[in-house]
Design a protein around this ligand. Structure first.
Ligand SMILES: [Zn+2]
Length: 138
């Protein structure tokens, strides 16, 4: 199988193996960036030679500006691997990144929602509830 065909296979694999909804964007450098899930859990960048899998993460730079800073968990040189090994490895990396991300979610003690860490006010209360109960929660 030649590289353009394998590249298409990778695009299709990422479209179907990330959490929905999948956001797919072409970056300025020609790579394709996939962000899966709402809230996001896994970020994958596909370039001409590599596929890079990251756990979604980020920080609030100001109270209104969230900067995504994905944590890289693995990079595969996709042209160097045979098909089965490539897709198996990619699936494992995606699964690992997703598990790691979800393990950081916390359940809000007020609304009971599992909430991404960037939307938690503190360990036990989500941002929305903290705003609503701002009188009650210091
Ligand atoms: Zn809540």
């Amino acid at each position: 199988m030649d590289a353009p065909e394998r590249y298409e296979q990778l695009l299709a694999f990422l479209d179907t193996n990330l959490s929905t909804p999948v956001d797919r964007q072409e970056a300025a450098d020609g790579s394709v960036r996939f962000v899966g899930g709402e809230p996001a859990d896994v970020v994958v960048s596909l370039t001409e030679t590599s596929v890079i899998v990251s756990e979604f993460a980020g920080v609030w730079e100001t109270p209104f500006t969230f900067a995504a800073k994905p944590r890289r968990v693995g990079i595969l040189k996709w042209r160097r691997l045979p098909e089965t090994a490539l897709f198996n490895a990619l699936a494992v990396l995606i699964k690992g990144a997703r598990e790691s991300r979800l393990s950081r979610f916390r359940v809000c003690q007020y609304c009971g929602q599992r909430t991404a860490p960037e939307w938690m006010h503190d360990d036990g209360v989500c941002q929305a509830c903290a705003n609503q109960h701002s009188g009650a929660i210091h």
